[in-house]
Design a protein around this ligand. Structure first.
Ligand SMILES: [Zn+2]
Length: 297
């Protein structure tokens, strides 16, 4: 996986790789935002901090997906003690990573395909839960920004005019590859995207892809993709009542997601379920005894 250290501003860095990492430095100490997928990314973070001549004081984990916290265990094992922060609910997934596979397996014990490193990270103990709002850390004023929708309590970190925006939006190339992107709450995801769209003048440092001084185009693409998932789900429910599994297959076939394995199926099924929740909350579908969803409009 390529790896590049991009300086965003004085004392602010974005380590760009498969999943990106933020670094904010003050007085020889570092606040690191997310930890990447695995030991390899953990080593890269450690080496980067060494080359910058700073020690790790605080690790903020934005959400409990393996590709964003899997490198944390390596940092815990190999560096002097530091404090790990994460939002509630996400902290449960970070300290008990088997929950991610269970979530993608409808709560059942995950099969082997759901126990690879992209869905089963090494656990990391979370020391403190994050709250939304101003957060003074090492003398710096950070703002913990709610970015729910992609995961239940994902947060971003704003420092000066830079927003580490986690997976609130995905690069356009990723959307082309995964036209039914993982989402747990469509309404919240759309609200988050609308709020970020209004953040004029911010520099975005996303969890995937390069930094963006103008994110409006990519945000618009993300909104369009989620709206397409919702519309396509409603179209299929209108055609015939069906359960979430059948609808996942139908929606993915319509939108061109080939569902090659249990991970892609589990991710897409959650997104389609989130579309059904969105429609249910707006009384456009009902849930019937027997497990099928039926359109009301
Ligand atoms: Zn994620």
């Amino acid at each position: 996986m390529p790896f590049e250290v991009v300086q965003l501003a004085e004392n602010v860095y974005h380590l760009q790789s498969g999943a990106n990492v933020g670094v904010i430095i003050t007085n020889g100490r570092a606040i690191v935002i997310d930890a990447g997928l695995d030991d390899d990314m953990g080593k890269r973070i450690k080496r980067t901090l060494e080359s910058l001549g700073v020690s790790l004081a605080a690790l903020i984990l934005t959400h409990g997906h393996a590709d964003h916290f899997g490198g944390a265990a390596y940092l815990r094992r190999t560096l002097p003690p530091f404090t790990v922060y994460a939002p509630p609910l996400e902290a449960a997934f970070i300290s008990q990573p088997t929950l991610e596979g269970m979530m993608l397996s409808a709560g059942a014990t995950p099969i082997d395909q759901l126990r690879g490193k992209f869905t089963l990270a090494q656990p990391c103990t979370v020391d403190q839960l994050l709250e939304i709002g101003t957060f003074n850390l090492l003398g710096l004023d950070l703002e913990i920004v709610p970015l729910t929708g992609h995961s239940p309590s994902q947060v971003g970190v704003r420092y000066r005019d830079i927003l580490f925006s986690a997976d609130a939006f995905l690069p356009v190339a990723t959307l082309r590859k995964y036209p039914v992107p993982f989402t747990v709450h469509m309404g919240q995801a759309l609200e988050t995207l609308g709020r970020l769209n209004d953040l004029n003048g911010a520099l975005f440092a996303p969890g995937h892809g390069a930094q963006l001084s103008d994110a409006r185009q990519v945000i618009a693409e993300n909104i369009a993709v989620l709206e397409r998932v919702i519309e396509t789900t409603l179209m299929h429910v209108r055609t015939a009542p069906a359960n979430d599994g059948a609808l996942t297959q139908q929606v993915c076939a319509t939108l061109g997601d080939s569902l090659p394995n249990a991970v892609s199926y589990g991710l897409a099924r959650t997104a389609v379920q989130a579309a059904l929740v969105y429609l249910y909350e707006r009384a456009q579908v009902t849930f019937e005894a027997g497990g099928a969803w039926r359109a009301t409009v």
